[in-house]
Design a protein around this ligand. Structure first.
Ligand code: 1BN
Ligand code: ZN
Length: 334
Protein backbone atom coordinates (compact mmCIF):
# COMPACT_ATOMS: atom_id res chain seq x y z
CA UNK A 1 0.00 0.00 0.00
CA UNK A 2 2.74 2.47 1.03
CA UNK A 3 4.64 1.59 -2.12
CA UNK A 4 1.63 2.35 -4.33
CA UNK A 5 1.16 5.68 -2.62
CA UNK A 6 4.82 6.53 -3.02
CA UNK A 7 4.81 5.65 -6.73
CA UNK A 8 1.73 7.79 -7.31
CA UNK A 9 3.24 10.72 -5.47
CA UNK A 10 6.47 10.45 -7.46
CA UNK A 11 4.51 10.37 -10.74
CA UNK A 12 2.60 13.48 -9.70
CA UNK A 13 5.76 15.33 -8.74
CA UNK A 14 7.36 14.53 -12.10
CA UNK A 15 4.48 15.93 -14.15
CA UNK A 16 4.28 18.93 -11.84
CA UNK A 17 7.89 20.07 -12.43
CA UNK A 18 7.81 23.19 -14.61
CA UNK A 19 9.70 22.86 -17.88
CA UNK A 20 12.18 25.73 -17.73
CA UNK A 21 14.66 24.41 -20.23
CA UNK A 22 14.75 26.67 -23.28
CA UNK A 23 17.72 25.27 -25.16
CA UNK A 24 20.41 26.98 -27.25
CA UNK A 25 19.14 25.24 -30.38
CA UNK A 26 15.75 27.01 -30.05
CA UNK A 27 17.37 30.43 -30.39
CA UNK A 28 17.62 32.32 -33.68
CA UNK A 29 21.07 33.95 -33.45
CA UNK A 30 23.21 32.45 -36.19
CA UNK A 31 27.00 32.36 -35.80
CA UNK A 32 27.67 32.01 -39.54
CA UNK A 33 25.54 35.03 -40.31
CA UNK A 34 27.34 37.05 -37.61
CA UNK A 35 30.69 35.87 -38.95
CA UNK A 36 29.78 37.16 -42.42
CA UNK A 37 29.31 40.65 -40.90
CA UNK A 38 32.72 40.33 -39.22
CA UNK A 39 34.39 39.41 -42.51
CA UNK A 40 32.58 42.16 -44.41
CA UNK A 41 33.91 44.81 -42.01
CA UNK A 42 37.45 43.49 -42.43
CA UNK A 43 37.05 43.58 -46.22
CA UNK A 44 37.18 47.39 -45.90
CA UNK A 45 40.72 47.07 -44.51
CA UNK A 46 41.96 48.45 -41.20
CA UNK A 47 39.51 51.03 -39.82
CA UNK A 48 41.08 53.64 -37.53
CA UNK A 49 39.10 56.81 -36.66
CA UNK A 50 38.92 59.35 -39.48
CA UNK A 51 40.02 56.87 -42.16
CA UNK A 52 38.27 56.40 -45.49
CA UNK A 53 38.00 52.68 -44.67
CA UNK A 54 36.05 53.45 -41.51
CA UNK A 55 33.75 55.83 -43.40
CA UNK A 56 33.01 53.07 -45.94
CA UNK A 57 32.49 50.50 -43.20
CA UNK A 58 30.14 52.86 -41.35
CA UNK A 59 28.04 53.14 -44.51
CA UNK A 60 27.90 49.35 -44.74
CA UNK A 61 26.78 48.95 -41.09
CA UNK A 62 24.10 51.64 -41.54
CA UNK A 63 22.78 50.01 -44.75
CA UNK A 64 22.55 46.58 -43.12
CA UNK A 65 20.75 47.92 -40.04
CA UNK A 66 18.26 49.81 -42.23
CA UNK A 67 17.66 46.68 -44.31
CA UNK A 68 16.59 44.95 -41.07
CA UNK A 69 14.02 47.69 -40.44
CA UNK A 70 15.87 49.84 -37.91
CA UNK A 71 15.99 53.65 -37.92
CA UNK A 72 19.62 54.70 -37.93
CA UNK A 73 21.21 58.04 -37.15
CA UNK A 74 24.84 59.13 -37.07
CA UNK A 75 25.96 61.05 -34.01
CA UNK A 76 28.79 63.10 -35.49
CA UNK A 77 31.54 64.63 -33.37
CA UNK A 78 35.06 65.91 -33.83
CA UNK A 79 37.97 64.83 -31.67
CA UNK A 80 41.41 66.37 -32.17
CA UNK A 81 40.37 67.60 -35.61
CA UNK A 82 39.27 64.10 -36.67
CA UNK A 83 35.67 63.57 -37.82
CA UNK A 84 34.08 60.71 -35.91
CA UNK A 85 30.56 59.27 -35.67
CA UNK A 86 28.69 56.94 -33.34
CA UNK A 87 26.01 54.89 -35.10
CA UNK A 88 22.70 54.71 -33.21
CA UNK A 89 19.87 52.36 -34.19
CA UNK A 90 16.27 52.47 -32.94
CA UNK A 91 13.06 50.69 -33.66
CA UNK A 92 11.41 52.35 -36.65
CA UNK A 93 7.90 52.23 -35.20
CA UNK A 94 8.06 53.41 -31.58
CA UNK A 95 10.64 54.09 -28.89
CA UNK A 96 10.55 53.17 -25.24
CA UNK A 97 14.24 52.39 -24.84
CA UNK A 98 15.40 50.79 -21.62
CA UNK A 99 18.32 48.61 -22.76
CA UNK A 100 21.38 49.89 -24.59
CA UNK A 101 23.54 47.34 -26.40
CA UNK A 102 26.96 48.63 -27.42
CA UNK A 103 30.12 47.72 -29.33
CA UNK A 104 32.96 49.73 -30.85
CA UNK A 105 33.46 49.57 -34.61
CA UNK A 106 36.75 51.47 -34.98
CA UNK A 107 40.11 49.70 -34.91
CA UNK A 108 43.46 50.48 -33.33
CA UNK A 109 45.77 52.60 -35.54
CA UNK A 110 48.92 50.80 -34.36
CA UNK A 111 49.70 47.17 -33.58
CA UNK A 112 51.76 48.30 -30.60
CA UNK A 113 51.36 45.00 -28.77
CA UNK A 114 52.74 42.90 -31.61
CA UNK A 115 55.50 40.51 -30.48
CA UNK A 116 57.55 41.58 -33.50
CA UNK A 117 58.72 45.22 -33.10
CA UNK A 118 58.83 45.57 -36.90
CA UNK A 119 55.04 45.19 -37.07
CA UNK A 120 54.26 47.80 -34.44
CA UNK A 121 53.93 50.64 -36.98
CA UNK A 122 51.19 48.79 -38.84
CA UNK A 123 47.49 49.19 -38.09
CA UNK A 124 45.28 46.48 -36.57
CA UNK A 125 42.66 44.68 -38.69
CA UNK A 126 40.44 44.33 -35.64
CA UNK A 127 38.56 41.18 -36.65
CA UNK A 128 38.15 40.48 -32.96
CA UNK A 129 38.87 43.92 -31.47
CA UNK A 130 36.13 45.92 -33.15
CA UNK A 131 34.43 43.76 -35.77
CA UNK A 132 33.35 40.89 -33.48
CA UNK A 133 31.21 42.94 -31.07
CA UNK A 134 29.81 44.92 -33.99
CA UNK A 135 28.93 41.68 -35.80
CA UNK A 136 27.09 40.35 -32.74
CA UNK A 137 25.01 43.53 -32.55
CA UNK A 138 24.27 43.38 -36.29
CA UNK A 139 23.05 39.80 -36.03
CA UNK A 140 20.90 40.74 -33.02
CA UNK A 141 19.50 43.56 -35.16
CA UNK A 142 18.49 40.90 -37.71
CA UNK A 143 16.86 38.41 -35.35
CA UNK A 144 15.39 40.39 -32.44
CA UNK A 145 11.60 40.12 -32.56
CA UNK A 146 9.89 43.27 -33.75
CA UNK A 147 7.66 43.22 -30.64
CA UNK A 148 10.59 44.09 -28.33
CA UNK A 149 12.73 46.27 -30.58
CA UNK A 150 11.26 49.49 -29.20
CA UNK A 151 12.92 48.72 -25.86
CA UNK A 152 16.38 48.39 -27.42
CA UNK A 153 18.93 50.88 -28.67
CA UNK A 154 21.98 49.62 -30.55
CA UNK A 155 25.01 51.90 -30.34
CA UNK A 156 28.20 51.40 -32.35
CA UNK A 157 30.93 53.55 -30.86
CA UNK A 158 33.67 55.28 -32.81
CA UNK A 159 37.11 56.22 -31.38
CA UNK A 160 37.29 53.61 -28.65
CA UNK A 161 40.63 52.08 -29.44
CA UNK A 162 43.22 54.79 -30.11
CA UNK A 163 44.17 55.40 -26.47
CA UNK A 164 47.79 56.35 -25.70
CA UNK A 165 48.59 56.99 -29.38
CA UNK A 166 49.42 60.60 -30.36
CA UNK A 167 47.84 61.86 -27.14
CA UNK A 168 44.46 60.22 -27.82
CA UNK A 169 42.27 58.98 -25.02
CA UNK A 170 40.41 55.65 -24.90
CA UNK A 171 36.60 55.38 -25.21
CA UNK A 172 36.10 58.80 -26.81
CA UNK A 173 32.88 57.86 -28.65
CA UNK A 174 31.08 56.43 -25.61
CA UNK A 175 32.13 59.41 -23.47
CA UNK A 176 30.63 61.69 -26.11
CA UNK A 177 27.46 59.60 -26.30
CA UNK A 178 26.86 59.71 -22.53
CA UNK A 179 27.67 63.44 -22.38
CA UNK A 180 24.80 64.01 -24.83
CA UNK A 181 22.24 62.04 -22.76
CA UNK A 182 19.73 64.15 -20.84
CA UNK A 183 18.97 63.29 -17.18
CA UNK A 184 15.47 62.17 -18.28
CA UNK A 185 16.87 59.74 -20.83
CA UNK A 186 19.44 58.43 -18.34
CA UNK A 187 16.66 57.82 -15.82
CA UNK A 188 14.77 55.63 -18.33
CA UNK A 189 17.72 53.36 -19.15
CA UNK A 190 17.77 50.24 -16.99
CA UNK A 191 21.00 48.74 -18.30
CA UNK A 192 23.83 48.89 -20.79
CA UNK A 193 25.57 45.80 -22.16
CA UNK A 194 28.82 46.06 -24.09
CA UNK A 195 30.29 43.32 -26.26
CA UNK A 196 33.98 43.66 -27.05
CA UNK A 197 36.39 41.03 -28.35
CA UNK A 198 34.01 38.08 -28.42
CA UNK A 199 35.16 36.38 -31.62
CA UNK A 200 38.43 34.61 -30.78
CA UNK A 201 38.57 30.93 -31.70
CA UNK A 202 39.50 30.16 -28.13
CA UNK A 203 37.03 32.56 -26.53
CA UNK A 204 37.32 32.86 -22.73
CA UNK A 205 35.21 35.37 -20.85
CA UNK A 206 36.14 36.20 -17.28
CA UNK A 207 33.99 38.51 -15.20
CA UNK A 208 35.03 42.13 -15.79
CA UNK A 209 35.14 43.79 -12.40
CA UNK A 210 33.74 47.30 -13.01
CA UNK A 211 30.59 45.63 -14.39
CA UNK A 212 27.40 45.59 -12.32
CA UNK A 213 27.59 42.27 -10.51
CA UNK A 214 23.86 41.44 -10.41
CA UNK A 215 23.49 42.02 -14.14
CA UNK A 216 26.63 39.97 -14.77
CA UNK A 217 25.26 37.15 -12.57
CA UNK A 218 22.05 37.03 -14.62
CA UNK A 219 23.92 36.84 -17.91
CA UNK A 220 26.43 34.30 -16.62
CA UNK A 221 23.69 32.04 -15.25
CA UNK A 222 21.90 32.09 -18.63
CA UNK A 223 25.20 31.14 -20.26
CA UNK A 224 25.51 28.20 -17.86
CA UNK A 225 21.90 27.17 -18.54
CA UNK A 226 22.59 27.16 -22.29
CA UNK A 227 25.75 25.08 -21.80
CA UNK A 228 28.28 27.85 -22.47
CA UNK A 229 29.96 27.71 -19.06
CA UNK A 230 33.34 26.80 -20.59
CA UNK A 231 33.29 30.19 -22.36
CA UNK A 232 31.55 32.29 -19.69
CA UNK A 233 33.93 31.32 -16.91
CA UNK A 234 32.84 31.78 -13.34
CA UNK A 235 35.99 33.58 -12.31
CA UNK A 236 37.00 37.17 -11.79
CA UNK A 237 39.08 38.94 -14.41
CA UNK A 238 40.28 42.53 -14.10
CA UNK A 239 39.06 46.12 -14.25
CA UNK A 240 38.81 47.39 -17.86
CA UNK A 241 38.15 51.01 -18.82
CA UNK A 242 35.88 50.25 -21.75
CA UNK A 243 32.79 51.76 -23.38
CA UNK A 244 30.55 50.69 -20.47
CA UNK A 245 32.50 52.97 -18.11
CA UNK A 246 30.80 56.30 -18.97
CA UNK A 247 27.40 54.62 -18.45
CA UNK A 248 28.45 53.34 -15.01
CA UNK A 249 29.60 56.87 -14.15
CA UNK A 250 26.06 58.21 -14.61
CA UNK A 251 24.52 55.39 -12.57
CA UNK A 252 23.36 53.03 -15.33
CA UNK A 253 23.91 49.35 -14.45
CA UNK A 254 26.38 48.15 -17.07
CA UNK A 255 28.15 45.00 -18.15
CA UNK A 256 31.25 44.50 -20.29
CA UNK A 257 31.38 41.09 -21.97
CA UNK A 258 35.04 41.05 -22.96
CA UNK A 259 37.79 38.50 -23.52
CA UNK A 260 40.49 39.57 -21.08
CA UNK A 261 42.78 38.43 -18.29
CA UNK A 262 44.53 37.42 -20.37
CA UNK A 263 43.64 39.29 -23.55
CA UNK A 264 43.70 37.02 -26.61
CA UNK A 265 47.18 36.56 -28.10
CA UNK A 266 46.15 38.59 -31.17
CA UNK A 267 45.18 41.67 -29.12
CA UNK A 268 46.62 44.86 -30.69
CA UNK A 269 48.76 42.81 -33.07
CA UNK A 270 48.69 42.37 -36.85
CA UNK A 271 47.33 38.86 -36.21
CA UNK A 272 43.88 40.08 -35.18
CA UNK A 273 42.34 38.75 -38.41
CA UNK A 274 39.20 36.74 -39.32
CA UNK A 275 41.23 33.48 -39.45
CA UNK A 276 41.73 33.74 -35.70
CA UNK A 277 37.99 34.14 -35.09
CA UNK A 278 35.16 31.68 -35.10
CA UNK A 279 31.38 31.69 -35.81
CA UNK A 280 30.75 29.50 -32.72
CA UNK A 281 32.27 32.10 -30.42
CA UNK A 282 30.01 34.82 -31.84
CA UNK A 283 27.05 32.46 -31.60
CA UNK A 284 27.56 31.63 -27.93
CA UNK A 285 27.63 35.30 -26.92
CA UNK A 286 24.82 36.24 -29.30
CA UNK A 287 22.52 33.48 -28.07
CA UNK A 288 23.13 34.32 -24.43
CA UNK A 289 22.22 37.93 -25.21
CA UNK A 290 19.19 36.91 -27.27
CA UNK A 291 17.92 34.75 -24.41
CA UNK A 292 18.63 37.44 -21.84
CA UNK A 293 16.98 40.25 -23.85
CA UNK A 294 13.86 38.31 -24.78
CA UNK A 295 13.45 37.17 -21.16
CA UNK A 296 14.12 40.60 -19.70
CA UNK A 297 11.68 42.34 -22.00
CA UNK A 298 9.05 39.74 -21.12
CA UNK A 299 8.54 38.44 -24.63
CA UNK A 300 7.83 34.73 -25.03
CA UNK A 301 6.10 34.83 -28.41
CA UNK A 302 7.87 32.33 -30.62
CA UNK A 303 9.32 29.93 -28.11
CA UNK A 304 7.53 26.88 -26.81
CA UNK A 305 5.35 27.99 -23.93
CA UNK A 306 6.73 26.72 -20.64
CA UNK A 307 4.59 23.86 -19.40
CA UNK A 308 3.71 24.47 -15.76
CA UNK A 309 1.24 22.06 -14.22
CA UNK A 310 -0.99 24.30 -12.05
CA UNK A 311 -0.39 23.81 -8.33
CA UNK A 312 -4.17 23.68 -7.68
CA UNK A 313 -4.54 20.68 -9.99
CA UNK A 314 -1.53 19.01 -8.37
CA UNK A 315 -3.05 19.42 -4.91
CA UNK A 316 -6.48 18.20 -6.08
CA UNK A 317 -4.74 15.22 -7.68
CA UNK A 318 -2.85 14.34 -4.54
CA UNK A 319 -5.99 14.70 -2.40
CA UNK A 320 -8.01 12.49 -4.75
CA UNK A 321 -5.33 9.80 -4.75
CA UNK A 322 -5.08 9.84 -0.97
CA UNK A 323 -8.89 9.79 -0.68
CA UNK A 324 -9.25 6.88 -3.12
CA UNK A 325 -6.57 4.88 -1.32
CA UNK A 326 -8.11 5.61 2.09
CA UNK A 327 -11.55 4.55 0.86
CA UNK A 328 -10.09 1.40 -0.74
CA UNK A 329 -8.30 0.47 2.48
CA UNK A 330 -11.46 1.17 4.49
CA UNK A 331 -13.60 -1.01 2.16
CA UNK A 332 -11.07 -3.90 2.22
CA UNK A 333 -10.90 -3.86 6.04
CA UNK A 334 -14.70 -3.95 6.22
C1 1BN B 1 39.28 47.02 -25.38
C2 1BN B 1 39.68 46.63 -26.61
N1 1BN B 1 40.09 47.98 -25.00
C3 1BN B 1 40.99 48.17 -25.95
N2 1BN B 1 40.75 47.34 -26.93
C4 1BN B 1 40.01 48.69 -23.74
C5 1BN B 1 41.30 48.72 -23.01
C6 1BN B 1 41.91 49.93 -22.77
C7 1BN B 1 41.88 47.57 -22.55
C8 1BN B 1 43.13 49.97 -22.09
C9 1BN B 1 43.09 47.61 -21.87
C10 1BN B 1 43.71 48.81 -21.65
ZN1 ZN C 1 41.70 47.39 -28.64
Amino acid sequence: MRTTLLVLLILYSIISIPNISLQASELEFDGDSAFSYLEAQCDFGTRPPGSENLTQCRGYIVDILRSFGWDVILQNFTYRDVDCANIVAHDSVSQNVSIILGAHYDTRPLADHDPNPENRDESVMGANDGASGTAVLMELARILPTQIRNKIELVFFDAEDSGSINGWQWIVGSNYYVDQMSPEIIANITMMILVDMVGDTNLRLQRELYSTRDLQNEVWSIAAHLGYDAIFQDSNGGYIIDDHHPFLNVGIPSLDIIHHDPFPATWHTIHDIPDRCNPDSLESVGRVLEYFITNTTGWTGEYEPNFVFPIELTLIGIFSVVAIITIAVYIRRK
